[in-house]
Design a protein around this ligand. Structure first.
Ligand SMILES: Cc1cc2nc3c(=O)[nH]c(=O)nc-3n(C[C@H](O)[C@H](O)[C@H](O)COP(=O)(O)OP(=O)(O)OC[C@H]3O[C@@H](n4cnc5c(N)ncnc54)[C@H](O)[C@@H]3O)c2cc1C
Ligand code: SF4
Length: 586
């Protein structure tokens, strides 16, 4: 029997990037806000001081910071003819757990999607005709122009370092000329570039492209954000993505919001409690709160006026399914929307080996890089190419961690003295160029509940059915060719191509950029949530995160995830609280 707890105005499920933003916004409105996080408390001095943060074995290989997949994981298969099996060791993506969620161990590459990404279906139809059979791409229902002030707020919260390419419609030298118009310059200058980035910039400029510094949440100088939180300059320690920052130099929940939020009397954070489902009233059109369980197995009913899912894309989708909100998507019938349009990304890379030049990549940072955007989104003419979408090509120098980094040329044996010799010769003289490709939604890539496997509480695991699509494979082949031209021009002795071919494999790390499952849109027949991320079925339930993306773009998602969160918070503050109910009439 669950114990009933005292009522709060808002309950946030999870406490990562999206929850922290909402907690700050909604406590400012005077509401009582409770965040329930299933992982542990985490802060810089206790969990990742500079002497502890660079522990490769502990944090990455033993995966201490990630979702505990002995208790709850995902089952995976490539297609419907296969039996899905549980992922007992994370590989391809690394969902976060604990206070701060994945904000603790993200890289900090902080992008805005292109204006055309938000209208991918109508834009591509207008320019290239009907979408291919089986492709289920659709418009977001919100535009870049509407989100612009919210992108700007997140960039200022995080102290993003970069160079604007489009200020109020005026193209700027040195920035990304393809980006949507921005209302202000980045709050900080770009990071200091290394030898490899200078080579990349030279090579791409020679090819007639426009290189620019990647937008970075690793601080390029000391910064005080609008909430008064202070961040220190990055030391280029190279233990950034997959690690917490011991230097207070990476924008995260801990460094940008928590110091202010934790002092507010109307905010409460409960750790080590897992939300099991959303409670609904008899009509099933109103959330009454959530059911959660502590580590001793005690269950509680937490009543709330407003429930907001902030538990990451995969977990939000599953919580919707376990709560019986909306119909689960069935690809055989095309019925149902929860779990539809699951998308990922498609990457390839080229290693460049120099003969007598040192790249010294151990001095790196999660978002230290030079980028070109000519082949992203619809920045180029796709006529006759057989695909839509694209991706950026970049030289990020994030690290040369001793276990993870093994840059050896083509043909090197994978062990023994020849491998050791190649490692010794190349470890300090290699860099990598990567293509970060989009992923378009298709009817056969989706999420649902597994019929066999259960979590520690006996609830069905979420099942992922995913493979690379014809569109994405053709797009990746095109991007890889462009990337190869750049890599060959960088002045190295030789290059090694790491192609993305064959079926999607859930083991090698790619990105934690999972999207879809709780997609947003213009009406209840094409989406789970409306343009304000409000459930069509249960209007006092909102769903945050990249699950609302109808398809994935060729960028890292968090800039857009955060802008959508600020946008939803503004709608809750200015419209919903005045008149609780649907913000968009069906
Ligand atoms: C290694 C890595 C590198 C990345 N680098 C980048 C990058 O450079 N740029 C970029 O744009 N993005 C990057 N990302 C992605 C970025 O971290 C996410 O987009 C962002 O953190 C998502 O925010 P969120 O609030 O949706 O989820 P999260 O920040 O993951 O927070 C979700 C929280 O919910 C909790 N939770 C889950 N289920 C429950 C439950 N049932 N009950 C209670 N709590 C629950 C989890 O424990 C977690 O703490 C990276 C991610 C990883 C893992
Ligand atoms: S590279 Fe910079 S931002 Fe990243 S963990 Fe190291 S000091 Fe922090």
């Amino acid at each position: 029997m669950a114990r009933k707890l005292p009522h709060v105005n808002v309950v946030l499920v999870g406490f990562g990037w999206t929850a922290a933003i909402l907690a700050q916004e909604l406590t400012d409105e005077g509401l009582t806000v409770l965040a329930i996080e299933r992982g542990a408390w985490r802060d810089t001095p206790t969990d990742f001081p500079p002497t502890v943060a660079p522990d490769e074995l502990r944090w990455y290989w033993r995966k201490e910071m990630f979702q505990n997949n002995a208790r709850d994981t995902i089952t995976f298969r490539n297609n419907r003819s296969q039996t899905a099996l549980p992922m007992r060791r994370w590989g391809s993506f690394l969902p976060g757990e604990g206070v701060g969620g994945a904000s603790v161990h993200w890289n900090g590459q902080t992008w805005r999607f292109l204006p055309s990404d938000f209208i991918a279906a109508s834009h591509n139809r207008e320019r290239y005709g009907e979408l291919p059979e089986g492709m289920t791409v659709q418009d977001f229902g919100v535009t870049y122009a509407e989100l612009e002030p919210h992108f700007d707020r997140f960039e200022k919260l995080c102290g993003i370092g970069g160079k604007a390419g489009n200020l109020n419609g005026q193209i700027q030298d040195g920035g990304n000329p393809f980006e949507g118009p921005r209302s202000s310059e980045y709050p900080n200058p770009p990071m200091h570039m290394t030898f490899a980035q200078h080579q990349f910039a030279k090579a791409t400029a020679e090819l007639g492209l426009k290189p620019f510094p990647g937008p970075s949440a690793n601080m390029s100088r000391p910064y005080t954000n609008p909430l008064g939180c202070q961040l220190g300059p990055c030391s280029y320690c190279g233990f950034c993505e997959k690690y917490g920052c011991g230097n207070y130099s990476k924008a995260s929940v801990q460094t940008t919001i928590l110091p202010v939020l934790i002092q507010k009397p109307n905010f409460t954070l409960k750790t080590h409690n897992e939300v099991l489902h959303v409670n609904l009233d008899k009509s099933r059109t109103r959330a009454t709160g959530v059911r959660h369980v502590d580590v001793q197995g005690n269950e509680y009913d937490q009543p709330a006026d407003l429930v907001i899912l902030c538990a990451y894309q995969t977990n939000n989708t599953r919580l919707m399914m376990l709560s019986g909100i909306g119909e689960i998507y069935n690809p055989a019938t095309g019925q149902g929307l929860v779990g539809k349009n699951y998308c990922y990304q498609i990457m390839s890379s080229a290693d460049v080996f120099f003969e007598d030049k040192y790249t010294n990549e151990f001095a790196g940072a999660g978002a230290l890089g030079m980028v070109v955007d000519e082949y992203n989104g619809d920045n180029f003419d796709h006529s006759g190419l057989g695909f839509i979408g694209g991706g950026y090509i970049a030289n990020w120098t994030t690290n040369a961690r001793p276990i993870e980094s093994q840059p050896v040329p083509e043909g090197t044996p994978s062990w023994g003295s020849a491998w050791k010799k190649a490692m010794a010769e190349n470890f300090l003289k290699a860099t990598s160029v990567g293509a970060h490709g989009a992923s378009m939604a298709y009817a056969n890539n989706y999420l649902d509940l597994d019929p066999t496997y259960k979590d520690a509480y006996g609830r069905p695991l979420m099942r992922m059915t995913y493979d690379f699509t014809p569109n994405d494979v053709a797009m990746s082949a095109f991007l890889t060719e462009r990337m190869k031209e750049i890599a060959e021009r960088m002045g190295g002795r030789e290059i090694k191509l790491n192609l993305r071919d064959g079926p999607y494999d859930s083991m090698p790390y790619q990105t934690t950029h999972n999207t879809g499952g709780t997609i947003m849109g213009t009406n209840p027949s094409n989406s789970v949530v409306n343009r304000y991320l409000q459930s069509w079925d249960v209007p006092n339930l909102f769903v945050m995160g990249a699950g609302v993306f109808p398809q994935n773009a060729g960028y890292n998602p968090t800039g857009t995830v955060a802008a959508l969160t600020y946008w939803a918070a503004a709608a809750i503050r200015s419209q919903y609280l005045r008149s609780p109910g649907p913000l968009v009439q069906a």
